[in-house]
Design a binder for this molecule. Structure first.
Ligand SMILES: Nc1ncnc2c1ncn2[C@@H]1O[C@H](COP(=O)(O)OP(=O)(O)OP(=O)(O)O)[C@@H](O)[C@H]1O
Length: 287
């Protein structure tokens, strides 16, 4: 289990020395006591409850847990897609709850990349046009060197003129990842990115996500149900009932399967000493 200091103020405290670009100690996003409640009264659901964490530059984090445990909600709150009920979320130097809708839209556009299970490519555009679309829409210039490094990192150099229907599922997902990376997001959020792919193709996509973290210093957060997929990450967060119940450093697939097994593992129930219901990790000390 990781037990790093929790430095969310690094994002806001002008007294701290600024980390240099590419510094892997740099915290690019964090949450403090993040709680998200849907509904009220009898229909109230605490989808995420008191989660604190920090994400460092170049880290590859997987979020796992049973269906309904709060994985997607946590990701949406970290990405500014969902407003939180209480606590604080920092992304790209901003505290998200202090932003109005327009500012939040800009932060999402400039600081966050998304990859979904269903690729979401435009069928009439070539791979290159799809990759460049977010920058085109934002009226921003494409940096040719960065474009080349992203395309090369994802092995798409000879597929740029193809339309999505002329690409395999794995290639389409790699185009979606390239599209997300081209804007140089602080965090790339991937929601079940291999869910629609066969296992060999999924492994290929995961290798490219890993490569993006290692070689491009890209911070990646991936929600997945698949222990094999999560074993590509260098950190795995386990959610149960809206709580962060474990924080694992480069776990193996076997270790994850054991933990996720309701008969032997920490989920679906929150783990705590003598059943006191306390979370297994010090949520304020995770990083
Ligand atoms: N918009 C919403 N309105 C009301 N309840 C919601 C909403 N979104 C999620 N929930 C509830 O919040 C809880 C957490 O949902 P969430 O989708 O984050 O879980 P998950 O772990 O991502 O699940 P899955 O693996 O099935 O995608 C669930 O009980 C869900 O029903």
């Amino acid at each position: 289990m990781s037990a790093h200091p929790h430095p969310p103020d690094q994002l806001t405290d002008p007294g701290r020395p600024a980390p240099t670009p590419g510094d892997r100690r740099e915290v690019v996003a964090s949450a403090e006591d993040l709680t998200k409640v849907y509904g009220s009264g009898r229909t109230e659901v605490r989808a995420v409850s008191g989660v604190s964490l920090s994400l460092h530059r170049g880290s590859f984090t997987a979020v796992m847990g049973q269906s309904g445990s709060g994985k997607s909600t946590l990701m949406h709150c970290l990405a500014g897609l969902d407003r939180i009920t209480s606590g604080r979320v920092f992304l790209g130097g901003h505290e998200l709850s202090r932003l109005n809708d327009k500012q939040l839209t800009l932060v999402r556009r400039d600081k966050v990349g998304f990859v979904f299970q269903s690729f979401n490519l435009l069928p009439t555009l070539t791979a290159q046009q799809n990759i460049e679309l977010p920058l085109d829409l934002a009226g921003r210039r494409v940096d040719p060197d960065h474009f080349r490094s992203v395309v090369d990192a994802l092995g798409l150099g000879d597929r740029l003129r193809h339309r999505p229907s002329e690409l395999s599922g794995g290639q389409q997902q790699r185009v979606a990842i390239a599209r997300a990376l081209l804007t140089r997001p602080d965090v790339l959020f991937a929601d079940e990115p291999t869910g629609a792919l066969d296992s060999a193709t999924g492994e290929e996509v995961l290798a490219h996500l890993r490569h993006s973290a290692d070689e491009l210093d890209q911070t990646v957060v991936m929600v997945t149900h698949d222990a094999q997929a999560a074993s590509w990450a260098d950190r795995v967060l386990l959610m149960a009932d809206g709580h962060l119940v474990d924080d694992l450093d480069s776990p193996s697939r076997e270790q994850l399967l054991e933990l996720l097994n309701p008969a032997t593992g920490t989920t679906p129930r929150r783990r705590g000493p003598a059943g006191q219901g306390r979370p297994a990790v010090d949520e304020g000390a995770t990083a």
